[in-house]
Design a protein around this ligand. Sequence first.
Ligand SMILES: [Zn+2]
Length: 315
Amino acid sequence: MTIWEQGPLYPDTGKKIVEFPYSIRPGPSDSMIVIEGFDVQPDANGNFIDNGIYQEDELNAIHTFAVMRMTIDLFDNLLEKTINWSWQQSRRHSPVTVRITNNDINARYLRDQQCIELDYYGPPGSRIYNCRCTDFVVHETAHAILDSLRPAWENGDIETEGAAEAFCDLAAMFWILSQPDLCEKVIIETGGNLEQDNMLSLFGVGHGFEENPMKCVRNAFNQNIYDKNAWSPYDFSTVLTGFLYDLLILLFHEKKVIIGEGTALWEAGRHWMKVIVKAYQYAPPGNVSLTHITSFITRAINSERIRDLLDKRGL
Ligand SMILES: [Zn+2]
């Protein structure tokens, strides 16, 4: 299937072909995902590849399905179990419906409607499609995955909401780190110095509204400090993603002295992802604080410097 590496708004990235070890039904669809209003057929070889036969909106559907499927496969692997959507606990066969609509500027997961909405907006010819941004597709898929792991968090307090938003932004980083070719691209983009804005740290490049050159929505390379009275879930989420991004840099530096930088990032990422996913798996089913997550991680990763990273964040 043909996907965008990051989305058309991320400079100097393009498309690539990803393979799945199983066949994909027309739609594209399977038991977990349906893209509403689409019945895209595979090409003569059984593939969904951008070889001139598909319309733009069909390519949107192919990209969205593939990125979601990769996200589910990644989490199945990290969790060492098969994910079911929260409404599938009763074994009811019911996939998540993805709506690619001209509704507003939203990208959201709606449990009540068993749906992920990825809107597009702007005049024809210069439309902005949220579904083409891999960060957004992975983020919303991660909301559905987290809802199956921690259903009560949907109605949690603001810090719990922040922990959930962090999980979904981290998932977008996991998606990059799980692909060796994208790890190499991060190394090329940064020259091996991750202490700068880059494909991995920036979330939703081109979709932000503030006047900075990369116009991102959020950035894990930040200096944000914990404030228990913060009013937005993102004030909490960015502290956690900031701390965890610092930790990834630490693990990467430990690895890169012995192996090539691209491999070091991939390997450090693998370890980092597993620990984070476990921290969320063992987090309280009800309200959670950021320290519930960070204390698990501190115990799992034996490094003297973690305490300094937490102190810097007020955690
Ligand atoms: Zn979210």
